[in-house]
Write a protein that binds this ligand. Structure first.
Ligand code: GDP
Length: 445
């Protein structure tokens, strides 16, 4: 789902997250690429434009937390804006089906997945909400479509209205209503006829059925792979018949994900479900967070930023910053950093959240760099005296033995820790000499 868009944005943000300090020009450049990516993902030009504008306004004014890079911060702003656009009112998975029998009208073009989706929703209502559902096909032009619904019904154990030849769609709809009332059904779903294109007859028929049964929900089923066309179809159906929600199908394909974004921005209609395959179970409640995450393709960098913001005490970070600038980095600082890593979910947590880090995570694990090791290192530091923590370079062999023994570990592990600390201290010293401005840039090299 959304591969092309996420790949593209992934590239942009890779560059950003490596860049360290972010200038207004950087933001502009990055967002230009975001816009191109959105266009390539079949988001319409006005939608892409206004989306990028909103992000730019927010990115420019936003304070960048010290614990994350400005690039990560921009990612989060883009992500939040995606969610803001994608989110509709209310719970998308909760259909209005009180006062039984509640009619649900299913509309859409032929081949969009309407019949399959009707069965998927029926199955869901039956299994998750314990509803008794009746399905009826109104596609009098295509006997095969009526058969298809009947077959799906028997597959999922949901009743379908018996097919009576010669009835028109309104007659079938009324018969469905009567049967639903008499049979004690909670819901009856009307699978209207589809056409390859929107035409007068199709609209007139759907409108007549709508007027006959007054549906509680009118769900438009559109092929998510058709991008801009899907949006136009939705606009048209909404204007002529009135739509209460949208189901995007074929979201399992490797297609362009722009449809979801444009759909929301242009029609303002809530996306209720996404269909992700031909099987009757392949239906998911629409989740803006999930879709936004996938669009970004950034792993879970957003929650990394959130966690960093929540757990890093700013004062502590600032104090540490000042010390680093003076070239000071002792065992207390290292311990604080190690503890920070544990708080953020440990090595695995931190790395798993960063894009492209899966491989490194594996390598780190192979090298023994895991949570256990972080905890051991903290134990070693704890076993030092205050003075030793401040000046670890002065440690004698006899003290090393005692420190290692105090933590229940080997001297070799302590040596590893000391080496690691020395390397980090060297980097800190170099950065300190360069002053605040050059600091981050150098660190990224
Ligand atoms: P209708 O003409 O709108 O009623 O469309 P159908 O429900 O008959 O679906 C048309 C074809 O698309 C069928 O072969 C379905 O199995 C397939 N289909 C429906 N939804 C999905 C989906 O979410 N993903 C994939 N890959 N195929 C789907």
């Amino acid at each position: 789902m959304f591969e092309s868009l996420s790949d593209r944005l992934g590239g942009v943000f890779d560059r950003l997250t490596k860049a360290g300090a972010l200038s207004a020009d950087d933001v502009k450049t990055a967002l230009r690429e975001v816009r191109v990516a959105l266009l390539e993902a079949d988001v319409s030009l006005p939608v892409a434009r206004s989306f990028v504008k909103a992000v730019e306004a927010k990115a420019t004014g936003a304070a960048v937390t010290k614990s994350v890079t400005p690039g990560q911060q921009v990612v989060k702003i883009v992500h939040d804006e995606l969610i803001a656009v994608l989110t509709g009112e209310g719970d998308p998975g909760r259909l209005k089906i009180d006062n039984p029998p509640a009619p649900i009208l299913m509309v859409g073009l032929q081949g969009g997945g309407k019949t399959t989706t009707t069965a998927k929703i029926a199955k869901r209502l039956k299994e998750r909400e314990g509803k008794k559902v009746l399905m009826a096909s109104l596609d009098t032009n295509r006997p095969a479509a009526m058969e298809q619904l009947a077959i799906l019904g028997s597959q999922i154990g949901v009743d379908t209205l018996p097919i009576v030849k010669g009835e028109d769609p309104v007659q079938i709809a009324k018969r469905a209503r009567t049967q639903a009332s008499l049979g004690g059904y909670d819901v009856y779903m009307l699978d209207t006829a589809g056409r390859l294109h929107i035409d007068q007859e199709l609209i007139a028929q759907a409108a007549a059925v709508r007027d006959a049964v007054n549906p509680r929900e009118t769900l438009l089923v559109v092929d998510g792979l058709t991008g801009q066309v899907a949006v136009e179809v939705a606009q048209e159906f909404d204007e002529r018949i009135g739509v209460s929600g949208v189901v995007l199908t074929r979201m399992d394909g490797d297609g362009r994900g722009g449809a979801a974004l444009s759909m929301r921005q242009v029609t303002g209609k809530p996306i209720r479900f996404v269909a992700t395959g031909e099987k009757v179970d392949a239906l998911e409640t629409f989740e803006p967070e999930r879709i936004a995450g996938r669009i970004l393709g950034m792993g879970d960098i957003v929650s990394l930023v959130e966690k960093a913001q929540a757990t890093l005490e700013v004062e502590q970070a600032e104090r540490m910053m000042k010390r680093f600038q003076k070239g000071q980095f002792n065992m207390n600082d290292l311990r604080m950093q190690l503890e920070q890593m544990i708080k953020m979910g440990g090595m695995e947590g931190v790395m798993g959240m960063m894009p492209g880090m899966a491989k490194m995570q594996k390598q780190a694990a192979e090298a023994g760099m895991d949570d256990t090791m972080i905890r051991r290192q903290i134990a070693l530091i704890n076993s030092m005296t205050k003075r030793e923590r401040a000046q670890p370079d002065l440690l004698q062999a006899s003290r090393k033995k005692r420190i290692a023994a105090g933590a229940g570990l080997e001297v070799s592990e302590l040596n590893k820790l000391l080496k690691q600390h020395r390397q980090m201290a060297d980097v800190m010293k170099k950065m300190g000499r360069m002053g605040k401005g050059g600091m981050m840039k150098q660190a990224m090299k």
